[in-house]
Design a protein around this ligand. Structure first.
Ligand SMILES: [Zn+2]
Length: 243
């Protein structure tokens, strides 16, 4: 009886479904508001010329060129200027960076072990409002920042938008642009592909104001909820015993 117990438990572990990891979108209107720089957008002098209105002072002193390694989610409508836009951790992890960086203003980076080792970058946030500290564990959907005021020093003079990147591997990399496509592909995931691959389709914080409620939202599927039952807990306990 007792000799067969480990075999029985092992079979139980293998048969048990692994709960899906919860992954969410980092900000409201995440897909609909990607209207300017996407992952892989080439930003050169001609680009700055075409978008003069978006770069007061012609982009100086933070006029970057290169290949955009993230997506920009825009909050440039007048109604968005003074509204608080919360930024949320896309999945559970550990905060590894909270600082002011030229070009970003406030920047928060979270390291994730699951669903694979990556870091997520959240740029142009209001540093003085960041409610998390380096070393702190955060859960999926937890508010980790607020977008900074448009064209203010707190976001390095940028328009109000979230620069959101997914860096491959656990290493710290604060780059917003890469100089070659090879480097881009080696270092950075397309954030939209990454989020879709991990089931994040639901926008957090459904539009809280009448103005934003009138904007169309993409058809969304509810994110896969992580259900933890007493059975899952027992399975996890046994897994830990055998691992
Ligand atoms: Zn950007």
């Amino acid at each position: 009886m007792y000799r067969s117990l480990p075999v029985f438990l092992l079979a139980l572990c293998l048969a048990a479904p692994v709960p899906a990891l919860a992954v969410t979108l980092p900000v409201e209107r995440y897909f609909t508001n990607q209207t300017l720089k996407g992952y892989g957008t080439v930003v050169d002098d001609a680009y700055h010329e075409r978008h003069r209105d978006l770069f007061p002072n012609n982009g100086f002193p933070n006029r970057f060129t290169g290949i955009h390694a993230a997506v920009d989610v825009e909050f440039t409508r007048p109604a968005d200027a003074r509204r608080e836009v919360p930024v949320r951790a896309v999945t559970g992890g550990t905060v590894i960076y909270v600082d002011d960086v030229a070009g970003y203003g406030g920047l928060v980076i979270v390291r994730h072990a699951k669903p694979e080792p990556v870091t997520s970058l959240y740029g142009h946030i209001r540093l003085r409002d960041v409610p998390v500290k380096v070393g702190q564990r955060v859960r999926e959907g937890q508010r980790i920042a607020t977008l900074g005021a448009p064209f203010s020093a707190e976001i390095s003079g940028a328009r109000k938008h979230l620069h959101f990147g997914i860096h491959k591997g656990p290493g710290l990399d604060i780059a917003g642009h890469e100089q070659t496509r090879e480097r881009l592909l080696a270092e950075w995931y397309n954030p939209n592909d990454w989020l879709r691959r991990h089931g994040a389709m639901k926008t957090p914080d459904p539009a809280p104001t009448a103005t934003s409620a009138s904007s169309p939202e993409p058809a969304t599927e509810p994110a896969t909820e992580q259900k933890t039952t007493w059975f899952d807990k027992i399975i996890d306990w046994f897994r830990n015993l055998f691992s």
